[in-house]
Design a protein around this ligand. Structure first.
Ligand code: FES
Ligand code: FE2
Length: 384
C-alpha cells in the first residue's frame, strides 16, 4: 500500500483516474456539472430585454435571455420542431449566411429553420401554417427549460435537478464565498468587466481548483507575486488568514507589479480591508480573487478530462472605468503572469498523473483546502 512517510497528517489525494479517465469525466459531466449551479459569466452581458448569451455547459448548449419583463430565462438551445440550434452565430459566420432567426427585444425567440417562434419564457407562440388541427399542442412544445439565477453579478445555470441530497440551492452553493472570505464587503454585483483573457489549459478542471486552493506552491511558482505578498511564501502557506484577508508587504495593497495603482479602492471597504487580499471559490467553476481596486474572477469551462477553458474576467468599479485615463493593464499584466505560471504547473500535474505508476498523491496539512475538492465530490457524487 502506498503510504506517506511523513505521518498521518497527510491525506490521500483523489486517484489519478479521477483526472484522466474518460469514464470518470463522463460521470462528472452528467452527474455533477449538469446538476450543480454552473457559472456562465456576468449579468452585465444580459442587461436589456433581448440580450442573450449561448453557453456550452457540460456538453450542452444553453441559451440565456433577459426577458421583456426583465427576468433571466434559460433554455436548452434547441428547437422543439426538428432540433435546430436556435442561436448559433458562429455557424452563420462560417457559412457566410444571414440567419432570419434570433432573439428580439420585443420578447421572441425565432428558430431560423421554419420560424417556429417562442416567447423569452420558452412558450411556443407560433408554428407557421400549423395549428391544433395538425396536432401541434403548444403547451407540450415549450423550449426545454434550464434553471437560471444570479449571485453577486454572476449568472448561474443548472441543467437538471440535483441528484445529491441536502440544500443544493444557489444560495447554499455560494454561502461560503458570500460570507466566509469576507467577500460580502466587496460591491461584486456592481462591478463591470474592464478586461478579459481566455486560456485553454490542458489540465483537468479539478486540478485548477485544487491549485487555487493552496499556497504551498506560491513560493516555488510565483516569485513575483510573493514579492508583493510575502505571506504567500512564509511557512509554505500554512499561516495564511483567508477569512480575514492576506496582508501585502508594507506599502503595497493590490495585485500589480508595484503593489500599488492609480485606481481608487472600492468605497465599501474599511481602511484595514483595503490592505488585505481576499479570495474564495464557488464550486464547481468560479474562483474569485479580490483586491481593493479590482477583482479577478475565473470562470472554468471543463471541456474534457484533460482540457479546461479558463475565462479570467477583470472587474472594476464602473466610475473608475468611465474615467478617461482608466487603464486596467497594471492588474492585467501582473495577473497574466501569475495565471500562466499556474496553468503551466497544472499541465505538469496532468502530465504526471498520466504516468502508469502514480495511482494517487497526497495532500499535506497546508493543502487542507485542496482536500476540500475530495469532500465536495463526495457530497455531490456520493463517493467514499
Ligand atoms: S427546426 Fe426550428 S422551426 Fe423547424
Ligand atoms: Fe498559483
Amino acid at each position: 500500500m502506498n503510504t506517506p512517510r511523513t505521518g498521518s497528517r497527510m491525506e490521500a489525494s483523489l486517484p489519478s483516474s479521477s483526472y484522466c479517465s474518460p469514464a470518470h469525466w463522463e460521470r462528472e459531466r452528467t452527474a455533477l456539472l449538469a446538476r450543480e449551479w454552473f457559472c456562465i459569466g456576468r449579468e452585465e452581458q444580459l442587461a436589456a430585454p433581448g440580450d442573450h448569451v449561448v453557453a456550452e455547459v457540460a456538453g450542452d448548449s444553453v441559451l440565456v435571455v433577459r426577458s421583456r419583463q426583465g427576468e433571466l430565462k434559460a433554455h436548452f438551445n434547441v428547437c422543439r420542431h426538428r432540433g435546430a440550434a436556435l442561436v448559433a452565430p458562429e455557424l452563420d459566420a462560417r457559412w457566410k449566411v444571414v440567419s432570419s432567426g434570433g432573439v428580439s427585444a420585443a420578447g421572441t425567440i425565432r428558430c431560423p429553420y421554419h420560424h417556429w417562434t417562442y416567447s423569452h419564457g420558452g412558450e411556443l407562440l407560433n408554428a407557421p401554417f400549423l395549428g391544433a388541427d395538425d396536432g401541434v399542442c403548444k403547451a407540450e412544445l415549450k423550449l426545454y427549460p434550464v434553471a437560471v439565477e444570479a449571485w453577486a453579478g454572476f449568472v448561474f445555470v443548472r441543467l437538471r435537478p440535483p441528484a445529491a441530497p441536502g440544500d443544493r440551492s444557489l444560495a447554499a452553493q455560494t454561502a461560503r464565498a458570500a460570507s466566509r472570505a469576507g467577500l460580502a464587503a466587496y460591491p461584486l454585483a456592481d462591478l463591470r468587466v474592464g478586461h478579459r483573457i481566455e486560456y485553454e489549459v490542458e489540465a483537468n478542471w479539478k486540478l485548477v481548483l485544487e491549485n487555487y486552493n493552496e499556497c504551498y506552491h506560491c513560493g516555488p511558482v510565483h516569485p513575483e507575486l510573493c514579492e508583493v505578498v510575502p505571506a504567500f511564501r512564509q511557512a509554505g502557506g500554512n499561516e495564511l488568514t483567508w477569512e480575514q484577508g492576506v496582508p501585502h508587504r508594507p506599502g503595497a495593497y493590490t495585485f500589480t507589479r508595484s503593489g500599488t495603482t492609480r485606481r481608487k479602492p472600492f468605497a465599501t471597504l474599511t481602511p484595514e480591508e483595503v490592505l488585505l487580499h481576499k479570495g474564495d471559490l464557488v464550486y464547481p467553476n468560479l474562483m474569485i480573487s479580490a483586491s481593493c481596486d479590482h477583482v479577478a474572477a475565473f470562470v472554468l469551462w471543463p471541456l474534457g478530462p484533460a482540457l479546461t477553458r479558463v475565462q479570467c474576467l477583470f472587474l472594476f468599479d464602473a466610475a473608475e472605468m468611465a474615467r478617461p485615463d482608466f487603464d486596467p493593464m497594471d492588474a492585467v499584466e501582473f495577473w497574466d503572469q501569475v495565471n500562466r505560471q499556474d496553468w503551466a504547473i497544472c499541465e505538469r500535474v496532468q502530465r504526471g498523473l498520466q504516468s502508469s505508476v502514480h495511482e494517487r498523491g497526497w495532500y499535506a496539512p497546508m493543502e487542507d483546502a485542496s482536500l476540500d475538492i475530495r469532500r465536495y465530490l463526495a457530497g455531490v457524487l456520493g463517493d467514499a
